[in-house]
Design a protein around this ligand. Structure first.
Ligand SMILES: *Cc1c(COP(=O)(O)O)cnc(C)c1O
Length: 218
């Protein structure tokens, strides 16, 4: 994939976001499934916020990029995938924002490995399970737990349900209401399929893979 191709897709993506009122929304480029060249191409197009789902993959890409100083890419890594407690230490020094904090054991481990780290609490607003997130009735306690552990809670995150984008609206609205109630500014919601609905419901961060890089290799 070329930087030019990504730049074209980024322009279409920005137009898409603009049409639904999302000019100010931050784009996290999700590079899972692709190699470090995706990160380089994104950076060339001006996208330095990069999302990864797996600790091992993040680490491999970060190592590759730092071994090639000529790439001159220093992404801000966003950890967006299901988080395993025993993998936190490996990437703790690299992660700029943890999007998927959804249980107390993760709070404790992040606080231990990356004191004061910036986090989002992931909420299973769609009630679908399997994709991470605490039940909505536990959001407040988890947010308080993060604060008590010295973490910097910037906001909330959610993954929409599969199916038509409109099906995500109720959950995104609930997430926005919870963030508002808790006085949290950031809302990480919306992906390639449902970003319009997410922006309409107040997203401040969208996490976009397919619309930028095409279908993921298997
Ligand atoms: C893969 C993934 C994305 C990006 O999905 P696309 O549909 O390719 O835009 C966003 N957020 C999370 C949590 C993901 O796992």
């Amino acid at each position: 994939m070329s930087g030019e191709q990504i730049a074209d897709r980024l322009q279409s993506l920005r137009e898409r976001l603009s049409r639904c009122g999302g000019d100010q929304v931050k784009i996290v480029a999700v590079t899972k499934g692709f190699g470090p060249e995706a990160v380089t191409a994104a950076a060339k197009a001006g996208l330095i916020d990069v999302g990864e789902n797996y600790a091992q993959e993040l680490l491999a890409k970060a190592r590759d990029l730092s071994s090639r100083p000529e790439a001159a890419v220093a992404p801000r890594w966003h950890f967006i995938g299901r988080l395993q407690r025993n993998k936190i230490g490996r990437v703790a020094g690299l992660v700029h924002l943890w999007h998927s904090v959804d249980r107390p054991e993760l709070v404790a481990e992040i606080a231990r490995r990356a004191p004061g780290a910036r986090v989002l609490v992931q909420v299973d607003v769609a009630g679908i399970g399997g994709r991470g997130g605490c039940p909505p009735e536990e959001t407040e306690v988890l947010v308080q737990g993060c604060g008590a552990a010295g973490l910097d809670v910037a906001g909330l995150m959610a993954v929409g349900p599969p199916g038509p984008p409109e099906h995500a609206r109720r959950g995104f609205r609930l997430l926005a209401a919870q963030a508002d109630e808790l006085g949290l500014a950031e809302l990480s919601m919306g992906m390639t399929a449902d970003m319009e609905v997410a922006v309409e419901e107040g997203a401040t961060i969208v996490r976009v893979g397919t619309a930028l890089f095409g279908p993921r290799p298997r």
